[in-house]
Write a protein of this length. Sequence first.
Length: 143
Amino acid sequence: MKPSRVVSYGVVALLLLCGGQALANQEADDLKRQIESQRAAVSDLERLDDRHMVTDDVTLLRSWLDEAWSQYSKEEYKRVREVVDRCIAQAELIRQRITAGKMTAYANDRDAQVRSTREKIERTRKSLLDAQSTKKALEMTNK
């Protein structure tokens, strides 16, 4: 083999090794960033949950994030990716449950308002009928 060919193979091998290491470092940094952003999102979810409907789910999410961090410190990045994906799905589920709870409460409030308005209309209708019958009685006595 020519020396230039050996050097070029060596350069290619070095680039592949360094590129693989850089890719692994980039993945590790990405996983770390995702874990940290999910931890920040947990406090946002707790703030959104003003009715305390999903406290168990938030606790579970926190434990999964702790598990992800533990796996990250052991450099088991494939396992970390699985746990982070699970955390993302859990956070979305929590958001949906919070939204559903708020919309249910809003619908119940509106339903109560409708019932109250219907009762008021019925009372007004009854008062109107009573007033009409009183008016007719007065007209009959005046004739």
